[in-house]
Design a protein around this ligand. Structure first.
Ligand code: MLC
Ligand code: AMP
Length: 513
């Protein structure tokens, strides 16, 4: 099924109801509200403009935008014309942006005015011709040019469920991010699974401060709401005061967030003179990184609400969830969602009995088929069983409770660092650090961090004295700032094994001169 067909079911329930209530928590974009029918009118106007600009079925449309109604409009308009949406992390800098634009080769990129400087640096230089860049802040000018060009659902090119809806870039083990190709059917499987597992209702109102360029905000949040015809209170970012005010005022029923946000809410509420009631809230969800049990319990103590923790991935959408009705166990991600099959295997790929720790493998109609233009990476990410079924190697280490069947995630097979729900691959940071004059070798590891869960720390072998201020300025120009090492440790050499591979577990922890 095409996702637009699913969204039409939600829209037609109550076309005059609010689909998006938007507020810019930072200020400049103000507030805006769109009904489901108003949203569709805008989508059709944008779709007509896209076609006029030459966007064709199968073309990629990149969105380098913060959370704002135009993100939703542009995305749905891209689907209308049969295009594939490529969301781009807004924190990405020149190098990361350039990589995605070269890899996905979008025909159209939609940005905000403030991003012109970085695009001027790369378009026509690092990025080949053929890319049209439009600013959302000047949309009236290019939308007007298409006025009079009618677009209706009858204009839609036939797009089947097995065709691609999204390419979502996710941190790559090889230093550069890779695009997970998601069809309409993949996304639909996650959405329909969650609608039933979490008992979504048309009257639901979701407060959504998470970025729409990641699966959590986009698929779990926006898609479920559009499919159900529920309202989204879309925010540009997280603000504890505003969140508590909205959630306690009766203006929301659902809240989805990452553990760092729950940590901040617990701190905020613990310091409040009086903790307000969250009586209208029927569900608080956490995911994207492990929720510490003490935060889980502290949140319940303060609010009387028990968080539902779930587990997902960009490549697969949502996989596991604690129950909506039933015990939500801190430190676990619950059981597989409808239609998701899971195995836990040892290093040789053999199934392990419940209770033993191994790598989690997944299969299901939610699981992607391939990375964009990367057959080798795709091949390395799947194994086949004796029946020929293809299983995705998640890289997550897990154990299943023999009695309840609940799964606990224990860590990751690869070196991935998850900071506040954002992924950092050490290799990418290491490669960047060694391009700085004087840094000969770098090893980046994740260390526990009270605020972010994990934070990157860099061990450096240098041939001369490094000016840390210069280094930081350099790093900021190269990488999204959440990837910057929080601490630098200067060492004489990196511990290596006989094969020359860095033994990160042997790096001296704590400050070293
Ligand atoms: C922001 N900063 C971070 C950071 N977020 N640093 C480390 N880790 C993070 N996660 C840094 C910025 O780089 C900036 O640094 C400074 O903090 C202020 O930025 P900000 O934008 O004002 O930050 P803030 O609004 O406080 O953001 C924190 C946050 C945000 C937790 C709200 O990180 C967030 O929304 N995280 C969720 C990401 C997400 O949706 N992940 C899901 C992926 S999908 P400087 O130095 O420039 O000032 C997935 C699958 C699944 O994982 O299961 O869901
Ligand atoms: P991403 O690549 O950004 O899609 O992040 C996916 C990864 O986030 C997974 O492979 C897990 O390692 C991690 N993750 C998601 N949800 C949870 C959770 N509830 N607990 C622990 N880790 C999680």
């Amino acid at each position: 099924m095409n996702l637009l067909t699913l969204f039409a079911i939600g829209r037609e329930r109550r076309p005059d109801k609010t689909a998006i209530e938007f507020k810019d928590t930072r200020g400049p974009l103000g507030a805006q509200e769109l009904t489901f029918s108003g949203l569709q009118r805008e989508v059709e106007r944008w779709a007509a403009a896209f076609v006029r600009m030459g966007v064709q079925k199968g073309d990629r449309v990149g969105l380098y935008l913060c959370n704002r109604p135009e993100f939703v409009i542009a995305y749905l308009a891209a689907l209308e014309v049969g295009a594939i949406m490529v969301p781009i992390n807004l924190r990405y800098r020149r190098r990361e942006l350039s990589h995605i634009l070269n890899d996905a080769e979008p025909a159209l990129l939609i940005i905000e005015d403030e991003h012109w400087p970085v695009l001027d640096e790369i378009v026509g230089i690092e990025i080949g011709p053929g890319l049209t860049v439009l600013s959302v802040d000047r949309s009236e000018s290019w939308l007007e040019e298409a006025d009079g060009k009618e677009w209706t659902s009858a204009s839609r090119p036939l797009t089947r469920g097995e065709e691609t809806a999204l390419i979502m870039y996710t941190s790559g083990t090889t230093g550069a991010s890779k695009g997970a190709v998601l069809t309409h059917n993949h996304v639909l499987a996650t959405v329909t699974g969650l609608l039933s597992a979490w008992a979504w209702q048309a009257d639901d109102v979701l407060l959504l401060p998470l970025p729409l360029f990641h699966t959590h905000g986009l698929v779990v949040g926006l898609h479920c709401a559009l499919a159900m015809g529920a309202t989204v209170r879309l925010r540009t970012g997280f603000d504890a005061t505003e969140t508590v005010k909205t959630l306690s005022s009766g203006a929301a029923t659902l809240f989805f967030a990452v553990p760092t946000i729950y940590t901040r809410l617990v701190d905020f509420l613990a310091e409040a003179e009086e903790v307000p009631s969250f009586a209208s809230m029927r569900l608080f969800c956490s995911g994207s990184a492990p929720l510490p049990a003490e935060i889980h319990n502290a949140f319940e103590r303060l609010t009387g609400k028990r968080i539902l923790e779930r587990y997902g991935m960009t490549e697969t959408g949502m996989n596991f969830s604690n129950p909506y009705a039933g015990p939500r166990v801190a430190g676990t991600v619950g059981t597989p969602l409808p239609g998701v099959f899971a195995r836990i295997v040892d290093a040789a790929g053999q199934d392990l009995p419940a209770g033993e720790e191994g790598e989690l493998l997944l299969r299901g109609s939610n699981v992607f088929d391939e990375y964009w233009r990367a057959p080798q990476k795709t091949a390395e990410s799947f194994v086949r069983d004796e029946l020929g079924n293809r299983w995705f190697l998640t890289g997550d280490l897990a154990r299943m409770d023999p009695l309840s069947g609940y799964v606990t995630l224990l860590g990751r097979r690869h070196e991935l660092i998850i900071s506040g729900g954002l992924n950092i691959y050490p290799r990418e940071v290491e490669e960047m650090l060694t391009t700085f004059p004087g840094i000969e070798e770098a090893a980046v590891v994740g260390e526990p961090d009270a605020e972010w869960g994990e934070a990157p720390v860099a061990y450096l072998v240098c041939s001369c004295e490094i000016d840390e201020v210069d280094l930081e300025r350099y790093c900021r120009g190269q990488l999204a700032s959440y990837k910057l090492p929080r601490r630098l440790r200067f060492v004489g050499a990196l511990p290596r094994n006989a094969m020359g591979k860095v033994q990160k577990h042997l790096l001296p922890r704590g400050d070293v001169e």
